[in-house]
Write a protein that binds this ligand. Structure first.
Ligand code: BTN
Length: 237
């Protein structure tokens, strides 16, 4: 397996650095201590507090059979959850959940997010994980948390980065064993199905309760009036 790894002090965005690095490798990893133009989903800014994780993993598409693509956002969320769960105090693990499709929540507040972009032959998976600090959230987004609040040592950043990178590579190598039903089942086990969410980009931020997820990775929610809707691309807060 050919890999390239780049560990930077300061960069605009690890996504952009990964694009510059991408060639014919199997996997890429770019990390930075600080980002000056960190990108969140839907064009939002991802803030750069010191002591948090900013990383992008590149996976060459030859390791991603088409059958795996639909649930890839959920699968990446699972890798994030599993690695974070191993990093926090065992007594705090029950406070970790996934919010569709792949936000990491600690006691309902956001401790990590994933941005996925396509670049040539690569799928780029950018992960921002709050370890030492929880950035203030001022634009109606989900309140934030950091994993240190759940007992993760702040010097455990590198180990967490390596753990996620290893999980992504191992899953790609074991492509023959891929089981979409297992991904769905595991993902469902990480969601807090009792928690109400708001549809952030809709007028009035209507509250919805998550109900189920299908084989395409779409989320079914129930509105306050009892009606149900399948979400394909929405932002839940
Ligand atoms: C989200 O909005 O929830 C996704 C946030 C993704 C942030 C990470 S930090 C590392 C990588 N580089 C970026 O510019 N964004 C992603």
């Amino acid at each position: 397996m050919v890999t390239s790894e780049l560990r930077l002090e300061t960069v605009d965005s690890t996504m952009e650095a990964a694009k510059s690095l991408a060639a014919t490798q199997d996997f890429l990893l770019v990390t930075a201590e600080e980002q000056t133009l960190g990108k969140g989903t839907r064009g939002r800014v991802w803030q750069s507090l010191p002591g948090n994780i900013y990383m992008t993993i590149g996976v060459n598409r030859r390791h991603l059979p088409p059958a795996r693509l639909a649930l890839l956002p959920l699968e990446m969320g699972l890798h994030l959850w599993e690695a974070a769960a191993a990093a926090v105090s065992p007594s705090q693990r029950s406070g970790l959940h996934l919010k569709w499709p792949n936000d990491l929540l600690l006691l309902g507040s956001k401790a990590g997010g994933i941005l996925m972009e396509s670049h040539g032959e690569f799928l780029l998976v950018g992960l921002g994980i709050n370890v030492a600090g929880a950035p203030p959230v001022g634009d109606g987004g989900t309140p934030s948390a950091c994993l240190a609040q759940a007992g993760m040592p702040v010097d455990g950043k590198d180990a967490l980065v390596e753990d996620i990178y290893r999980r992504v590579r191992e899953a790609a190598r074991e492509a023959d064993a891929y089981d979409s039903e297992a991904v769905l089942l595991q993902w469902q086990g990480k969601v807090d199905w009792q928690r109400l969410h708001g549809l952030r980009d809709r007028a009035g931020t209507p509250s919805v309760l998550p109900m189920s997820v299908n084989k395409h990775g779409h989320l079914q929610v129930r509105h306050a009036d009892g009606s149900r809707e399948w979400l394909v691309s929405e932002y839940l807060v």
